[in-house]
Design a protein around this ligand. Structure first.
Ligand SMILES: Nc1ncnc2c1ncn2[C@@H]1O[C@H](COP(=O)(O)OP(=O)(O)OP(=O)(O)O)[C@@H](O)[C@H]1O
Length: 313
């Protein structure tokens, strides 16, 4: 199988470039033939993956080197081409895709596993669309409301490089979470899951998860499985500002699921709209604002590490 790496050298504030240099040395010293393509700007992951798919007629493994935004773009470039297998080497800030697939967050170990145990698994991906947004696919989660608002703030943040330099990348989420907690206004969210309607007053956010992890290790949907053909919806509603802070502590081990203000629903076709025009994110990348329809049912081939999406719940 042909091996092609797509590297986002800008991931983790440029540290992914150093990670790639180490990986390339390993590949060269082991005489492993490979091609490498580098993204030069946002959106290139989609374009490069699309070009590879159009060019290669035989079996090909496309290995994403970067963070969740990089794997998100590459998946959106390959659609669900049968001759393509996806590998992933985490080199980003949050790396939730690595958590959801049990891939080591140590890049060299992840490469070693990829090359020595290339067992192919089926992995669910979600598809989305809406009246005010383009269509796309996600690997980890998609959401509207407070979490998308935080994702926008984190991605635009001058603090992200600062935290990354201190090896505290994931705490940038916590920083913005606490800051924005005082200003964000919850709203009414209407949810349709497989034809059944649910309304939530004063909802902070709704997240649709493919596996448990988001925001750099928060176990938002502890029971989500990326090979069950379904998606887990988590809605946080009617919660005080103080308690939402507690929620974002307990979410790291999944304890938030016991709160009465947290509702979890599983389904395959989900529509969300709200009284306000809510910001949206897919895999932590801003995708606009407004209503959204999300579907399960597509799968891709990936190299995971043993069982995918397991949690220690
Ligand atoms: N060469 C580049 N220069 C600048 N930005 C790029 C480049 N290539 C890709 N990008 C953009 O970089 C963004 C961040 O990438 P990515 O999400 O992989 O890293 P991260 O933010 O450090 O990690 P994570 O999402 O896991 O927290 C993506 O939105 C992607 O579109």
């Amino acid at each position: 199988m042909k091996l092609i790496f797509i590297v986002n050298p800008a991931a983790k504030n440029g540290r992914a470039r150093k990670v790639w240099r180490k990986l390339e040395k390993l590949l060269q010293s082991s005489n492993i033939p490979h091609d490498v393509l580098f993204t030069a700007k946002a959106g290139d992951g989609v374009k490069l993956a699309r070009q590879v798919v159009a060019r290669e007629s035989g079996r090909v493994m496309i290995v994403a080197v970067g963070g969740d935004g990089t794997i998100h773009e590459i998946i959106n470039g390959i659609e669900s081409s049968d001759n393509v297998v996806i590998g992933y080497i985490p080199a980003g800030t949050g790396n939730d895709f690595a958590r959801g697939t049990n891939i080591s967050r140590h890049a060299e170990k992840a490469l070693h596993h990829l090359l020595s145990h290339p067992k192919v698994s089926r992995y669910d991906i979600g598809t989305y669309g809406g009246s005010q947004i383009s269509e796309g696919q996600f690997v980890n989660n998609i959401g509207c409301g407070f979490d998308a608002h935080i994702a926008q703030k984190v991605n635009a943040s001058k603090w992200k490089p600062f935290f990354n330099r201190l090896f505290l990348g994931k705490f940038v989420y916590v920083f913005y979470l606490v800051k924005e907690l005082f200003f964000y206004q919850p709203t009414r969210i209407r949810l349709q899951v497989d034809g059944k309607s649910h309304t939530f007053e004063r909802a902070w956010f709704a997240t649709i998860a493919n596996h448990p992890y988001y925001g750099g290790g928060m176990k938002i949907a502890p029971f989500a499985k990326a090979d069950d053909g379904a998606l887990d919806v988590v809605v946080v509603h009617n919660v005080s500002r103080l308690k939402i802070l507690l929620l974002f502590v307990t979410v790291f081990w999944g304890g938030h699921r016991k709160m009465k203000e947290v509702t979890m629903v599983v389904g395959k076709k989900i529509h969300i709209d709200a009284d306000d025009v809510l910001p949206l994110h897919a895999d932590g990348e801003s995708i606009g604002a407004g209503n959204i329809t999300v579907s399960a049912g597509k799968t891709i081939h990936i190299i995971a590490n043993g069982s995918i999406n397991t949690t220690d719940e």
